[in-house]
Design a protein around this ligand. Structure first.
Ligand SMILES: NC(=O)c1ccc[n+]([C@@H]2O[C@H](COP(=O)([O-])OP(=O)(O)OC[C@H]3O[C@@H](n4cnc5c(N)ncnc54)[C@H](OP(=O)(O)O)[C@@H]3O)[C@@H](O)[C@H]2O)c1
Length: 357
């Protein structure tokens, strides 16, 4: 591997024509430190099998990026490249690829096991890639893949809500905890399209306004008592609860608010044990959603992420779904990546922040 950037803490050297630029880190430094991310050169990979080599045009930053960076222990011997959201152009394809060809415009989130999208070129398995929308700009597109896949799988796979039969969902309610974040901004729109009554949470005037503009029928404040807030709307319980912020903090409220035989999905996690027995009397269902599961375990239904992104593309192109892009930083470089990480670390993001060339 060859490094050629003054910001790099790694040895300097020359670079070859076959190299590409990438942005990475070798240790967890405060994001204000200008060495927390640096640019370097590394060999451009060659696609084999089901892989596409994509020239990345735009990439977004999610809380998983800040989590992986901040969770890094010690000093890595080679830079780690993260980033899990891309819009780009297919540059070359592996010999088993059947869904795409060079020149195709694509969008995808990628795999947790592989190098990320913070690089000039990126390898991704075609089965987790969709053709990009044609009516949106690169930044608007790159805002969508990871959050759309997460929201779609949570609502329509883990909760088994029927997206294509909104009449069956009339009168059903979903509580979305964290309505204005990246996932919530897409989940509220998708739940609304599926015919559910959507109660979303937000605590500031700007996040309340954003949440209403993205399909919420009512907004309650997650910094107040959610049980009292939902009861004040006239709902004793709700049929579905999608937890997108902090499971431990909201668990007692979730247990009280879920309807008998209701469905709960969390995408976050718990640092303290949660008591599933609390759901027994109501025989409520609890499930996790992890957007990376299918590619991580290379499950037989991995290609469903290609199919979901194709549906998301249609919804974006026909105007039923709108991009959740809130801020664009140009171009893709280490300085802008530090700005985007700093924004996501505030935990006050509204929609998505994207880096685009
Ligand atoms: N499992 C998966 O596959 C998966 C996928 C994507 C994300 N995630 C995880 O899901 C979480 C959300 O990600 P995201 O990108 O949607 O988040 P985000 O954009 O960072 O969320 C920011 C929002 O969180 C809200 N918030 C802050 N404190 C809250 C609280 N105590 N209760 C409810 N909402 C609160 C804020 O609203 P106010 O400013 O109005 O308070 C803010 O608008 C992260 O932990 C992320 O790592 C998991």
């Amino acid at each position: 591997m060859i490094y050629a950037n003054t910001e790099s803490p790694i040895k300097k050297g020359s670079f070859a024509m076959s190299d590409m630029r990438a942005i990475g880190f070798t240790q967890n430094l405060p994001i204000e430190n200008e060495k927390s991310f640096f640019e370097f050169f590394t060999p451009k990979p060659t696609p084999t099998g089901h892989d596409l080599l994509v020239k990345v045009q735009a990439t977004s930053v999610n809380p998983v990026d800040t989590g992986v960076r901040r969770g890094t222990k010690g000093v890595l011997t080679t830079p780690k490249v993260i980033g899990w959201d891309a819009y780009g152009i297919v540059d070359a394809v592996g010999d088993a690829v059947s869904l795409f060809q060079p020149g195709d415009r694509v969008f995808y989130a990628g795999s947790f096991k592989r190098a990320g999208t913070d690089s000039e070129y990126h390898l991704v398995d075609e089965r987790i890639v969709g053709h990009a929308p044609t009516t949106l700009n690169p930044a608007e597109i790159a805002a969508m893949p990871l959050t759309s896949l997460t929201a779609w799988e949570a609502l329509f796979e883990q909760m088994s809500i029927a997206f294509d039969h909104p009449q069956d969902n009339a009168g059903k309610t979903v509580l979305i905890i964290n309505g204005a974040g990246g996932v919530g901004s897409t989940a509220t729109q998708l739940a609304h399209l599926a015919g559910l009554t959507v109660i979303a949470t937000a605590s500031r005037p700007e996040t309340i306004a954003w949440t209403k503009a993205h399909g919420a029928d009512a907004v309650v404040n997650h910094r107040k008592n959610l049980v009292e807030e939902v009861h004040a709307l006239g709902y004793n319980t709700v049929d579905y609860i999608l937890e997108l912020s902090n499971l431990n903090q909201h668990w007692a409220e979730i247990v009280t608010l879920i309807a008998p035989s209701g469905h709960i999905v969390s995408i976050t996690g718990n640092d303290q044990p949660i008591d599933l027995r609390a759901l027994k009397q109501k025989r409520a269902t609890f499930a996790w959603e992890w957007m990376y599961t299918k590619s991580y375990f290379e499950t037989a239904d991995m290609i469903s992420q290609h199919e979901t992104l194709e549906r998301i593309r249609q919804l974006l192109d026909n105007g039923q779904l709108k991009s959740t892009l809130a801020k664009t930083l140009t171009p893709i470089n280490a300085a802008n990546l530090r700005v985007a990480h700093a924004l996501v670390e505030t935990k006050r993001m509204i929609g998505k922040v994207v880096l685009a060339n």
